[in-house]
Structure formats: C-alpha cells, structure tokens
Design a protein around this ligand. Sequence first.
Ligand SMILES: [Zn+2]
Length: 210
Amino acid sequence: MSTLDTVRDRAAFLALLEPALAQRLEARRDSACGLWPDLTIAYVNPAWQRFARSNGAGGGFSARWCEGANFLDGVGTPLREYYRQHLAGALEGRSSWTSEYECSSPRMFRLYEMEVRSVGQGAGLLVLHTRLQQRPHEPGLGREPIDATAWQDEHGLIHQCVHCRRVRRAGADEVWDWVPQWVERVPDNATGSLCPPCIASRYPDLAKGA
Ligand SMILES: [Zn+2]
C-alpha cells in the first residue's frame, strides 16, 4: 500500500467518526485502531504508533499491525477464527464486543481490554484498547532455556500460548513455562497454541467447541 493510500484511508476512516471522538482517539493514552469491513487496518492512533515503536509487544509488532495490514494476520492462529466471528458480529452492529487479553513483555505483566464497535453504520470497526494492569512479573518467574529441547515436541516444535506466551514443556503437557527470551523473540520453530488455563479462563467458548 502506498503512503498516499494510507493517508486517504486514514482520513476516510476518521471521517466516519464524530469529530470529538476522532480528537479523543488522537489524544488517548492507550492505543486504538480503525478497520474496514474486510479487517484491513485503516487507521492507528498516536499511542498505537508509540507502542509499536517501543516494540513493547515483542518482535514484529509494528510489521504485523500497521496501516494496510490485515488485523487478523497479527492474531495467533488458534484465535483467528474466534476473532473473525466476533469482529463480524460487531460489524453487523449486534453489539460491541469486549475481550481481555494479555500482552506482556519479558519484564512486565500487562493485561488489556479490547472493545470493538461498529462505526458509520457498518462502514468500519473501531477497536479501543485499554490497559487494565501493568506490573513486574512475580519474582523468580521465568526460566532460561539451557536446553531448548526441553520444550520441543516430537516434530521439533515449541508450542507457545498466543494469549500468555508461556511454552509447553515436553513430556508434561499440563506444564507451561514462562521463558522471557522467547517472549522477547519468538523462536523460529514456535507454533501458536493455547494453554489449558487460558482456554478455561479467557476463551471458554473455544473449550465448548473443542
Ligand atoms: Zn496461556
């Protein structure tokens, strides 16, 4: 997408909003973005740009979630269909959709709320993120991968929870460890999964469908 297209998209999205709301988005402490019905990112606010620059969500955030990219491409595979359905529901205006998610860094635990609502009679979606909690991780949490094979399955893959970023210990499916260096940089052989506590606490709909 050219810079000119990006500027046009941005202006077109903001034109869907009440001017006062558009101003609030620009001044907001927390990030917000605007999507077209095909879930292409039309607009990101300054807080979003600051967060992307600080790379606060681990490697690749700014590349995955920039204007012109598809919002779902930044969502881990196990949650992509779940997000697609809820975003489609919000677009049709049945209701806004609110969901909590974790976006921790190697050093800080961070919990956010995402609210998605239809704007311009279904012409777009406004996605508002609000930070609910931020604190250092519990002391002593985290392990260094002295031997990465301790987390590899029989195919050499590391299963990383797309919600909490913990990784599944090989041979002990119920044990998921916090490995800070793999939050900082996702290993090349990682595959997106959901750990049992996150399914139970955050995505009970998925547990029912499984
Ligand atoms: Zn998890």
